[in-house]
Every structure is written in structure tokens, then in C-alpha cells.
Design a protein around this ligand. Structure first.
Ligand code: PLP
Length: 376
């Protein structure tokens, strides 16, 4: 192989993978063993006990680090477990500035688990850089953003937020679940950590739960995360690692199709009389379209829209779809539609007439025909 850096498409297929040196197997073998034979002097063996490390996890972590351009990666049992490890890397009394548009489960972790642990949290609209600056205190150690956000696809200026955090002596972390490394590499904008729910596009087929962190640098933060991962124990099984690694092989081609179809649907929805507004960063009408175009290679497979006539009208549309499935989650091959406020619960700030779409890999004309009949 040449020394030239691989293109992203090539890295998706090859990073972390090699032909098995023992059997010649081209697809990676799954190693279910929970323990590994040690060398006679109990020296620095690569594997020891499954929770600490194992071959399938090592392959997945090498792949994630390569795709995000980081120095180290950490696979977790879920995106939520990965996020919790980041918060646990803080000390009680530390202050976190978090986008108020973060995935509602992340906000719940901060509220229900980390606040009683004495982590101080301020929520902010991270698309407003002055507001982010305004929340910093001498105790701020972490700025957490998500871009695009769930469900209204707000965009955060990642380079600016990383700079603001660093000047305050804090680390900057981006939940890159919606964009995936195919569309955006937050570490390249100066972020210190990237977080993923691998349950979504990385796994890509709606059949595995997982999470990941990628660190820009090795050092004390990465060392701490390794302890929180291996000793905290919220780790994925070898089979789950194998499934996510299998998913990443097709990430670049899947994302291309998700993005193309989402843009087709967003444009057609925007022109439909029963639709009040559409949220998708690829639309010229999106307030941060220019920032998204600068920061992302394409605009993603997620979109949301508000139906004229309120919550009842939105629920009626969701009840009429035939090809879309009414379900939460995202990033799989099937298109999903959800009434987000119902999923988030009674305290949800999401408009009650909003429906969120995860665009799958079906033909966009078939998806549009389904939406059109549901909106009629
Ligand atoms: N971040 C985002 C943007 C998400 O959408 C989700 C789940 O929906 C998570 C994090 C949490 O991931 P998991 O469900 O794998 O714990």
C-alpha cells in the first residue's frame, strides 16, 4: 500500500481490518473468548480480559479513530454510555456548558445522573456564540455541542466553539451522530472529543446498539476515558463491535444516498401547501445553510417538518404513512417517521406539529409518493 493518506471511502472499507493472519479469513473473525492466554512472563500482552480489550473492539476503535482523524477511540455499549463517560471524566464541582438542543437523553443524563454528582450545568443555544461565551465561568471545563441538532437541525460553528472553550480552559466535545465522519470531522475544527451513537448511521442497519468516543490527542483525557471505559464496564460485546465495523464499511455510500434523498424530500415538502416549515440544513431557507455548507461535506439524511393544523394534523399524517415506519431512532436502511414531541415526553420543547424523518435507502420518489398521500 502507498504512504498516501487513504480517501474516506477507502478508510471505511479498510481501516481497522486486515486479512486474518491465522486463517486467511477476509471478513474479520468474531472472538467471543472472555479471556486470553498470557505470555510466560505476564508481559505486555495485547489482550488479557474481554472487558479491558478484545480483538473485535480493537478493530472497531482503530476504524473509528481513522474515520474521525483522531489519535485514540473508545467503543461503548451505547451512545449514552459514551456520553456518560465524558461527563464522568469531569470532577464534582466542574461546570459544563451544554447546548440546550442536545439529544434529550443527554440532557436527562446531565439532569438526573450528573447534577446529583455535583456537576454544574448551564444550557445554552450553541448556535449563538455570544450566549456560549456568556455562560462560561472560572469552573467551566467542558463545552458540549451537537451539530446538526436533534430534531430541528441547528448548526453550531465548531471551530468557533472549540476556540471559545479552549480560551476558557475547557475541552470541547461534539456529538457527531447526525453528521457522521462521512460529512463532518469535528476534530479537524479543533474539538477535543467526538461522540457517536453507533446505534445510528455507523451500525447503519438498525440491528446493533453501540457508542464511541474519538480523542484528538493521546494524553491524560484519553487515559482517563480508557479507565472509565474498561473499569466502568459499559462496553460493547465483541459481536456488537463486529456488527458496527461491518456497518462502517458501507458508511460513505450509504450517507451519499441518505443525503441525496433527504434533500429531495426536504425541497418537495417545502413546496407542499400542507407543510408550515421544513428543517434541513441543505435548504437555502435554513438560517445556517452557509455555515453548514462550510462545515459539512453534505447535509445529512435527517429532516423535520411542521404540519399545518397543529398536533392532530401531524399525528394524522404519521398515521397514514405506508412505506415509512412510525418509529424512533435513525440511520438505518428503512425510512422512519416520528412525532418527536410524543417520543420526548410531556416536557418536550419540540413543536407539537413537528414530524421527524430519518431518510432510508428507498428510492426518493417512492418515499415522496407515500408522504404526498399521507399529507393529502
Ligand atoms: N446522540 C444523539 C444525537 C442521538 O440521537 C442519540 C439517540 O437517539 C444518542 C446520542 C444516544 O445514543 P444511544 O441511543 O446509542 O444511547
Amino acid at each position: 500500500m502507498s504512504d498516501k493518506p487513504m480517501h474516506f471511502e477507502t478508510a471505511c472499507v479498510h481501516a481497522g481490518r486486515q486479512v486474518d493472519p491465522v486463517t486467511g479469513a477476509v471478513a474479520p473473525p468474531i472472538h467471543l473468548s472472555t479471556t486470553f492466554q498470557r505470555s510466560p512472563d505476564y508481559g505486555a500482552d495485547p489482550y488479557n480480559y474481554v472487558r479491558g480489550n478484545n480483538p473485535n473492539r480493537a478493530q472497531l476503535e482503530a476504524c473509528l479513530a481513522a474515520l474521525e482523524g483522531g489519535a485514540a477511540a473508545f467503543a461503548f455499549a451505547s451512545g449514552s454510555a459514551a456520553a456518560t463517560a465524558v461527563f464522568q471524566s469531569m470532577k464534582p464541582g466542574d461546570h459544563v456548558v451544554c447546548t440546550r438542543d442536545a439529544y434529550h437523553g443527554i440532557l436527562r443524563i446531565l439532569r438526573e445522573i450528573m447534577a446529583p454528582w455535583q456537576l454544574k450545568v448551564s444550557l445554552v443555544d450553541a448556535s449563538d456564540l455570544d450566549a456560549v461565551r456568556g455562560e462560561l465561568t472560572p469552573a467551566t471545563r467542558l463545552v458540549w455541542v451537537e451539530s446538526p441538532t436533534n430534531p430541528v437541525l441547528k448548526i453550531t460553528d465548531l471551530a468557533a466553539v472549540a476556540d471559545i472553550a479552549h480560551r476558557a480552559g475547557a475541552i470541547a466535545v461534539c456529538d457527531n451522530t447526525f453528521a457522521t465522519p462521512a460529512l463532518q470531522n469535528p476534530l479537524a475544527f479543533g474539538m477535543d472529543l467526538v461522540m457517536h451513537s453507533a446505534t445510528k448511521y455507523l451500525g447503519g442497519h438498525g440491528d446493533v446498539m453501540g457508542g464511541g468516543l474519538v480523542a484528538r490527542e493521546t494524553g491524560p483525557l484519553a487515559d482517563r476515558l480508557r479507565i472509565l471505559q474498561g473499569n466502568g464496564g459499559a462496553v460493547p460485546s465483541p459481536f456488537d463491535c463486529w456488527l458496527v465495523l461491518r456497518g462502517t464499511a458501507t458508511l460513505s455510500v450509504r450517507m451519499r444516498a441518505h443525503c441525496e434523498s433527504a434533500l429531495v424530500l426536504a425541497r418537495r415538502l417545502e413546496a407542499h401547501p400542507a407543510v408550515e416549515c421544513v428543517f434541513h440544513p441543505g435548504l437555502a431557507s435554513h438560517p445556517q445553510h452557509a455555515l453548514a455548507a462550510r462545515q459539512m461535506r453534505a447535509f445529512g439524511g435527517m429532516l423535520s417538518f411542521c404540519v399545518r393544523g397543529g398536533a392532530d394534523a401531524a399525528l394524522r399524517v404519521a398515521s397514514r404513512v405506508k412505506l415509512f415506519t412510525r418509529a424512533t431512532s435513525l440511520g438505518g436502511v428503512e425510512s422512519l417517521i416520528e412525532h418527536r414531541a410524543s417520543v420526548e415526553g410531556p416536557e418536550s420543547p419540540t413543536p407539537k406539529n413537528l414530524l421527524r424523518i430519518s431518510t432510508g435507502l428507498e428510492h426518493p420518489d417512492d418515499l415522496w409518493a407515500d408522504l404526498e398521500q399521507a399529507l393529502a
